[in-house]
Ligand binder design. Structure first.
Ligand code: ADP
Ligand code: GLC
Length: 550
């Protein structure tokens, strides 16, 4: 009997995605499945989701969920080769957006929509005819954070819960008056439960009651224990530190493979034939309507256009960078806050042929962005992990990132004063601060680096060669699951993804074991006693280098 895991998420690429959450959930599930564990992902049957599944089978009607009865369907996602469970209630989920209306306003019933998802998960844990009960339920972010509470309310004790924090800036805060409609018992609505300044806070409830909490990078795990990054939950997180571990995300190296990228035409490129990247640069310039200048430095930005992602700062820094460097070109793809979209479009108007902005998002274009760009600009006020810079690195595009969250773990930069020899070990550029000057300083550094071709090549190659695959991180999740359910046998570490990647000519390194890094407090450096007692391997950092203290 392999470990049976139920992952519960509002996003799973390619079925539903608005950002990195969808990528992370599918990448992890694909890396864990086959052999070591059996992963099934539960998500809402949003509009269009069924396009990505086959073998659909109705399992049950779940009566009395928040928002009314819902159907549970089992299916298979061929793109991920994974079993999925779809929660179908068209009144709740058959809409054009995942969370928002076309005008950007949140759906008024999001509390009900995602409480229903969590309650469905708890019912599955309790047992549904025709479905195997999971040994562990793995909830992702606030949308699934009520799972541990519903498990308690239903007295399901043997199924252990893991809550992964991808971004604690989003907590799912709703009026307390909804509690009974959501089926949350009064006992859980106190300040010791999910009450937060008189309201219901889904994420707080999850953090309070999950058996284990994981955070997607070591640095973010430390940061969220501080008032600056804790978003009001730092004290609760500190209380639960014994059950808090960090496991860094990985990237899907089959999907994001410059040698065989299904979204790109042509023969691809690798470290050995990097000159072939030029072809993608020209394609990117053309697709954005930029002048085709092979000798330029093409800097791309591809992210949600929000203040989290410093789109406001980029809006001020980009024109100054374009004025300072005649050989710089900029392309931006993303969508988000309307005023930021508009502001960036106006910048592009001022620099025809040199700056172009596409408001919107599409997956093939995101791949071309990394394949064709020389540089990725990825400022962030906080960044729990940051998958985008890793995609960029894999395609030989050098990232400029803020020294926050996961980027401080994954981007290696000896600093602005570093010698050429030290820079040979770098894979990107980091900057501190949130002002246009701070971002501009980093752009100047990258432009200087471009003028030393052998150094530039070294930095590019470092990024391309670093292994940030899920195969590196997935074993840490397996040992966490196993520690929660030592009674269940673990299968072999999965090799399917490696076999697939190998068949396409690229062989990732698969370490025999990987340790989950404990979260040291910002001041105390305490080691997680309880996690250790539970059998989690602690004491060894996963990151490429020791991250800076928060
Ligand atoms: P975050 O999850 O905070 O947005 P990540 O860098 O971890 O940051 O992941 C971003 C992912 O979302 C990437 O796969 C990126 O290509 C994608 N993405 C960026 N902007 C959008 C958007 N507007 N809509 C959908 N996906 C997007
Ligand atoms: C969130 C974070 C991002 C992270 C992603 C996947 O969206 O903002 O930093 O990479 O989740 O964990």
């Amino acid at each position: 009997m392999a470990l049976n895991i139920l992952a519960v998420s509002s996003e799973v690429y390619p079925l539903a995605k608005t950002g990195g959450l969808g990528d992370a959930v599918s990448g992890l599930a694909a890396a864990l499945s086959s052999g070591a564990a059996r992963i099934t992902v539960l998500l809402p049957a949003y509009q269009g989701v069924t396009r990505h599944v086959d073998r659909m089978r109705r399992i049950a009607t779940l009566t009395g969920l928040p928002g009314g009865d819902a159907e549970l369907w089992s299916a298979h996602c061929p793109e991920l080769d994974l079993p999925v469970l779809l929660l179908k209630n068209d009144a709740l989920y058959e809409r054009s957006g995942l969370y928002q209306k076309p005008d950007g306003a949140e759906y008024e019933d999001n509390a009900i929509r995602f409480a229903a998802l969590s309650q469905a998960a708890a019912r599955i844990c309790e047992g549904i005819l025709g479905l195997q009960r999971p040994h562990v339920v793995h909830a992702h972010d606030w949308h699934a954070a009520l799972v541990p509470i519903y498990l308690r309310q239903r007295h399901v004790e043997d199924v252990k819960s893991v809550l992964t924090l991808h971004n604690i800036a989003f907590q799912g805060i709703f009026p307390m008056s909804l509690a009974s409609q959501l089926g949350i018992e009064e006992a859980y609505c106190s300040s010791d439960g999910l009450e937060y300044w008189g309201q219901l806070n889904f994420l707080k409830g999850g953090i309070r009651y999950a058996d284990l909490i994981t955070v997607v990078s070591s640095n973010y795990a430390r940061e969220i224990l501080t008032p600056r990054f804790g978003c009001g939950l730092e004290q609760l997180l500190a209380q639960r530190r014994a059950d808090l571990i960090s496991i860094p995300n990985g990237i899907d190296t089959v999907l994001w493979n410059p040698q065989a990228d299904e979204f790109l035409s042509g023969e691809g490129f690798s470290v050995e034939c990097l000159e072939k990247k030029r072809r993608y640069k020209a394609a990117l310039q053309k697709s954005f309507g930029l002048d085709v200048m092979p000798g330029s430095t093409l800097m791309a930005m591809g992210s949600r256009l929000t203040t989290q992602k410093m789109a406001d700062v980029a809006m001020a820094a980009i024109p100054r960078a374009l004025d300072a460097h005649a050989d710089l070109q900029v392309c931006v793809m993303g969508q988000g806050e309307k005023d930021l979209e508009q502001g960036l479009l106006q910048v592009a108007e001022r620099y025809p042929g040199r700056c172009s902005v596409h408001v919107g998002f599409d997956e093939p274009q995101a791949h071309l962005l990394h394949a064709g760009a020389d540089v990725l600009l990825h400022g962030s006020r906080f960044e729990p992990f940051g998958l985008t810079p890793l995609y960029a690195m894999r395609y030989g595009s050098v990232p400029i990132g803020s020294r926050v969250g996961g980027m401080a773990d994954t981007i290696i930069d000896p600093g602005s004063g570093a010698s050429g020899a030290a820079m040979r070990g770098a894979n990107g550029i980091l900057f501190d601060g949130e002002r246009a000057e701070d971002m501009l300083g980093a752009i100047h550094r990258v432009m200087a680096l471009r003028r030393t071709p052998d150094l530039w090549r070294a930095v590019q190659v470092n990024g391309m060669k670093t292994d940030y695959s899920w195969e590196r991180s997935a074993p840490a999740y397996l040992s966490a699951y196993q520690a929660l359910r030592p009674d269940v046998m673990l299968g072999r570490i999965p090799e399917r993804r490696n076999a697939m990647a190998g068949a396409r000519g690229w062989k990732p390194v698969l370490p025999a074991s990987l340790r989950a890094a404990p979260v040291a407090g910002p001041s105390t450096g305490a080691v997680m006693g309880r996690a250790k007692r539970k059998g989690l391997e602690v004491g060894s950092a996963i990151s490429a280098r020791e991250p800076s203290a928060a």
